[in-house]
Ligand binder design. Structure first.
Ligand SMILES: Cc1ncc(COP(=O)(O)O)c(C=O)c1O
Length: 334
């Protein structure tokens, strides 16, 4: 039985075209700056998103960490969502490795941070306080797309209050495809953007941090420090380039599959949050463990949580969505 894995969009296998691109990639030592494929990926993504420079790193976690550490010095502070990946799911790296203090704020229902709350959280210039340096947003945020009008306001706000603005754009392209805009329309509001190639875009590994020449030079030094210099990384960069050229527009299929599953589950009586991109959130409550076991027997892999997240990606089809729906319906009739 083919396994249907809905735990994350990180679980995909490289497509045949991607494998070919990886196999034929030219490579060199990237720590010496001599890997043509890595250099091309960095130049290409910087160009596409409207930045002066970019840096290829193994993971989104490292990319965000380098951004936070490049923007903030020891004893400085970044304002971030309580539920944001950079705050909650990255092992406290900014605090542990960068001595950067997080100031978390509750994320609003639409995935944004309330700029009035951000304003209240900015510390006065007084030696009692850490210096507030950076505002970090996430887009998509748990599958939600931040409105362009909000991004423009956040840009103006950050400028007014002398804050840098970072985007964890692990799923930047999901947001762009959903809005029907070029990703640059989102990226242009930020001082730095981290993009994951290993999520919906389907590459096996890799993220790219984009920013100014000075910021990326600092991040490159920090990358070496945290052990992220990757030598002959060309085949990985080639996978990323292939994804950017061939696997962006198809994200709309993942969104359609998620939308379909969300709608059908709602019709079947489940409490489903509105679906915007490739994530379906269902309130399962204390049934989480039982549902997971039931799904396991049907070769459907789910995370276990009362608020269950299912993520669509290039390795799940509409026919498989129908199998998932059937499993949920059977479970509710048990
Ligand atoms: C929004 C977001 N940011 C960053 C990351 C970190 O990426 P990685 O797993 O490559 O470290 C993830 C991973 O799932 C994520 O969902």
């Amino acid at each position: 039985m083919t396994v249907i894995d809905l735990r994350s969009d990180t679980v995909t296998q490289p497509t045949a075209g991607m494998r070919d691109a990886m196999a034929s990639a030219v490579s060199g030592d990237d720590v010496y700056g001599e890997d043509p494929s890595v250099n091309l990926l960095e130049a290409e993504l910087a160009r596409r998103l409207g930045f002066a420079a970019a840096l290829f790193v193994p993971t989104g976690t490292m990319s965000n960490l380098l951004a936070l550490m490049a923007h903030c010095e020891r004893g400085e502070e970044y304002i971030v969502g309580q539920q944001a990946h950079t705050y909650k799911y990255e092992g406290g790296g900014a605090a542990v490795l960068g001595s950067i203090q997080p100031q978390p704020l509750e994320v609003q229902a639409d995935g944004s941070l309330d700029l009035n709350q951000v304003l209240d959280a900015i510390k006065p210039d007084d030696f009692h306080f850490a210096r507030t340096r950076l505002l970090a947003l996430e887009n998509t945020m748990q599958g939600k797309v931040l409105p362009l009008e909000y991004l423009a306001r956040a840009r103006a706000f950050a400028r007014e209050h002398d804050l840098a603005l970072h985007l964890d754009g692990a799923r930047l392209y999901n947001a762009a495809v959903k809005l029907g805009v070029d990703a640059r329309e989102i990226a242009r509001h930020f001082d730095s953007v981290s993009v994951c190639l290993s999520k919906g875009l389907g590459a096996p590994i890799g993220s790219v941090l984009c920013g100014s020449t000075a910021l990326i030079a600092k991040a490159r030094r920090l990358r070496k420090m945290v052990g992220g210099g990757m030598r002959q990384a060309g085949s990985l960069a080639a996978a990323g380039l292939y994804a950017l050229d061939h696997q962006v527009q198809r994200l709309a299929d993942d969104h359609a599959n998620a939308q379909w599953l969300g709608d059908e589950l709602r019709k079947a009586g489940y409490d489903v949050e509105p679906v915007q991109t490739n994530m379906v959130y269902v309130q399962i409550g204390d049934q989480a463990q039982a549902l997971k076991a039931f799904a396991d027997e049907r070769a459907i892999k789910l995370s276990v949580a009362p608020r269950l997240r299912m993520v669509t990606h290039l390795d799940v089809s509409r026919a498989q969505m129908e199998q998932v729906l059937k499993a949920f319906v059977d479970f509710s009739r048990k």
